[in-house]
Design a protein. Structure first.
Length: 523
């Protein structure tokens, strides 16, 4: 055999070996600005967005999945509301409705995630995109001639060069630019030049609260809470392509991965709408009921082509097969799975009905996790460690996605209730008024009392505890290294948000300064 042939065979064998070593699981790649790219096999991260006390900056912090640690934090704007990440995972964008407080500004803050590793290396220096809150300075008074409030409340993108922001807006504000009757709008951010490149103003009273961009970047759907419509904008120039009437108070939307369908949930009447993106018309059989008024969230599970819709008022999560038009309910005739209240609520009248508010699914589609909570019904909290009325009892309910059967319930504040009650560890939280969702939504209140997400590698599920100032981390796998209890879907820890004054609930603790309101996982 010739040396040339031997060399060729060796090259093929080496390429094959390298290909086999990659495996079939690809983890997120984060490319920091002006640094060496991290190893994609080692990078695991989830981001938490937290608010602060009024007129003080909120924070974003990065959680290392493999180490269950906070490896970087940075100040955001005042009153953070929502966040999104570029598909490349290179930057995170956080909207902050700071003008809720007079004199403060509305901004979108972008930062580069920390490189891979379990040690704290810090986030990249934040870059601020400012909305046009203030007019020219009056030379006589030294103050802006006018001030406009935009109140950004949602961020999204399916591109690496453009990011879109929904601005809840204010109508007919006496202090605003006299030529601008409403700031209800959508802004486009150029992620390459770091400027606000365009703002499309919507009809007064629209109050957009959510966005969904199709994966092909041809359509940007805007949910207008105030006008009960969905506006399709062109991502290219924010021109209006269509206005689609929907039910009462649209609140959340997702696009199907192929871009052919967008699913919209309305909160005021609890319905699921299916929109054909080709015609911008509802398909036959749409809308479908998801438990009546109160529905707040929809998640698309691409591994099983399913939709999960939560309705806190109905105490249920609704599961649909999204391969059909309209989506087919997978439980009974409605798709509803009722969420069982926490054990402390077993005594009649002890708690108000349980409220599921968010869902996370494992990437392999094997399980889904429902974050929910109950509040004490009377003046006495079921937790003997707390004396506050209306205390909050959080839980995470785990379901097998194949059978839709209940697997277990995880209590973020372990251990769960025991008998007798005396001496048990705290399982409830003192309520924080900001954390109680308001219907319909406004940027003055948290959208999620609990927000759930799963790590990209499926090894962890996270649930934010707004009232507790922390993130509950749940392991989804069985460790062959640990001793003792070795079962999956157990609590690892409650990781305090940065600058929290109450890392653990107790009767004498001060209320937490940082209240996590949204969780985000890299793609």
């Amino acid at each position: 055999m010739s040396l040339r042939r031997v060399g060729g065979l060796a090259a093929v064998a080496l390429a094959t070996l390298l290909w086999m070593s990659c495996g079939d699981i690809f983890r997120p790649v984060v490319i920091p600005i002006n640094t060496n790219p991290p190893n994609p096999a080692n990078f695991h991260a989830v981001f938490a967005i937290s608010t602060n006390v009024p007129s003080n900056p909120g924070t974003a912090f990065q959680i290392d999945v493999s180490g269950d640690t906070d490896i970087g934090a940075a100040n955001m704007g005042i009153n953070p509301t929502h966040a999104a990440m570029l598909p490349s995972n290179a930057r995170v964008f956080v909207a902050s409705a700071g003008s809720l407080y007079p004199g403060d500004a509305d901004v979108v803050t972008a930062f580069t995630p920390s490189p891979s590793g379990t040690t704290s290396t810090g986030l990249g220096a934040p870059m601020t995109f400012s909305l046009p809150n203030f007019g020219p300075i009056d030379p006589t008074t030294g103050k802006p001639q006018w001030a406009c409030s935009y109140l950004p409340d949602f961020v999204t993108t399916t591109q690496n060069t453009a990011v879109y922001v929904a601005n809840y807006g204010v109508d007919n504000a006496a202090s605003c630019n006299p030529n601008l009757a409403s700031t209800d709008s959508v802004a486009a951010l150029n992620a390459s030049t770091n400027v606000v490149s365009n703002i499309a103003y919507l009809p007064a009273g629209s109050h957009p609260v959510a966005l969904a961009e199709t994966p092909n970047a041809l359509n940007l759907y805007v949910l207008n809470q105030g006008s009960n419509t969905v506006t399709d904008l062109s991502p290219l120039d924010l021109s209006t392509l269509a206005t689609i009437p929907v039910g009462n108070t649209p609140v959340w939307a997702v696009a199907r991965p192929d871009g052919q369908r967008v699913y919209v949930v309305t909160q005021g009447d609890g319905r699921l709408y299916t929109i054909d993106t080709g015609s911008n018309a509802q398909i036959a059989g749409s809308p479908q009921s998801v438990g009546g008024p109160g529905a707040n969230f929809v998640l698309y599970d691409s591994s099983r082509n399913r939709l999960y819709v939560t309705n806190p008022a109905a105490g249920a999560v609704y599961v649909f097969n999204a391969t059909t038009d309209p989506p087919t309910p997978l439980v009974g005739g409605t798709g509803a799975i009722s969420i069982t209240a926490p054990p402390p609520c077993a005594t009649a009248g002890a708690c108000n009905p349980v409220m599921p508010v968010s869902v996370a699914v494992l990437p392999d589609g094997s399980r889904f996790y429902v974050a929910s909570y109950a509040t004490a019904a009377g003046s006495a909290c079921p937790d003997p460690n707390l004396t506050s009325s209306g205390c909050v009892i959080p839980q995470i309910t785990v379901f097998d996605a194949g059978s839709l059967g209940l697997k277990t319930t995880v209590f973020p504040l372990l251990p769960p209730v025991t008998t007798p009650m005396a001496g048990v560890q705290p399982f409830a939280l003192t309520p924080v008024s900001f954390c109680a969702p308001v219907t319909p939504y406004t940027p003055a209140a948290a959208r999620f009392r609990m927000s759930a997400t799963a790590a990209a590698d499926g090894s962890r599920v996270y649930a934010s505890l707004c009232d507790g100032g922390s993130i509950a981390i749940v392991t989804t796998t069985t460790s062959t290294l640990s001793q003792g209890s070795n079962t999956p879907d157990t609590l690892v820890t409650d990781l305090p948000a940065p600058f929290s004054a109450a890392p653990a609930p107790c009767q004498t603790c001060e209320p937490p300064l940082q209240n996590p309101v949204f969780l985000l996982t890299g793609q």
